[in-house]
Design a protein around this ligand. Sequence first.
Ligand SMILES: N[C@@H](CCC(=O)N[C@@H](CS)C(=O)NCC(=O)O)C(=O)O
Length: 204
Amino acid sequence: MTEIVLYGHPDSGHACKVALALSLAGLPHRTVWVDIWADPSTRPAEFLAVSPLAEVPVLVIDGTPYFQSGAILMQIAERFGVLGGDTAEGTARGRSILMWEANRIGMCLPQLKQAKVDNMEGWDPAVIAWLKMRYGVDSANFAKLLGDKPFLHGDQPGFGDCQVWGYVQWVREAGVEPTEVMQGWIDRMRALPGMKTPAEFFPN
Ligand SMILES: N[C@@H](CCC(=O)N[C@@H](CS)C(=O)NCC(=O)O)C(=O)O
């Protein structure tokens, strides 16, 4: 049987998206909680041995480590033929959503969330305004990508939905409001049987 180990932390949306994909796909795995707020050099040796940048998430499948959340999602989808990875169309759709997320909405929500955690200390107001302006464009584009379907992959959620979930799950914690369309998608994602809270995905 395939052995799958996921290293992550509940504060990491990048790790949550991978945990969600494994859960939605029903792939048995073990999770290892890694303290992302500690000095990287103090993280467990077994983790540092598989994580080239000392970052989470890392997914180890039968002893082979994979890093970068989007690449991990593609690995899961294509290797196990799940979450859209079972068809050429679903795989292409997921890849496009991945690239959009990584360049756009996943490049403003994490920063806005962190700025709130830091009480804006050390954050230039002009940078916050720029990130919020980008979020405005991204949230409008989210609706275009969703179209009239319940999920970004269509009638069922795919690995692209998992990617976007990573930080859109915390849209309010980032200090911005979801659009009505986005809120509908968030509600449908939260209602999925495989959905869990970040702390449930990564118990310490
Ligand atoms: N682009 C990476 C981002 C990974 C990342 O930034 N991980 C953060 C948590 S969200 C981390 O491990 N931070 C701890 C550190 O850098 O020391 C991905 O998609 O996996």
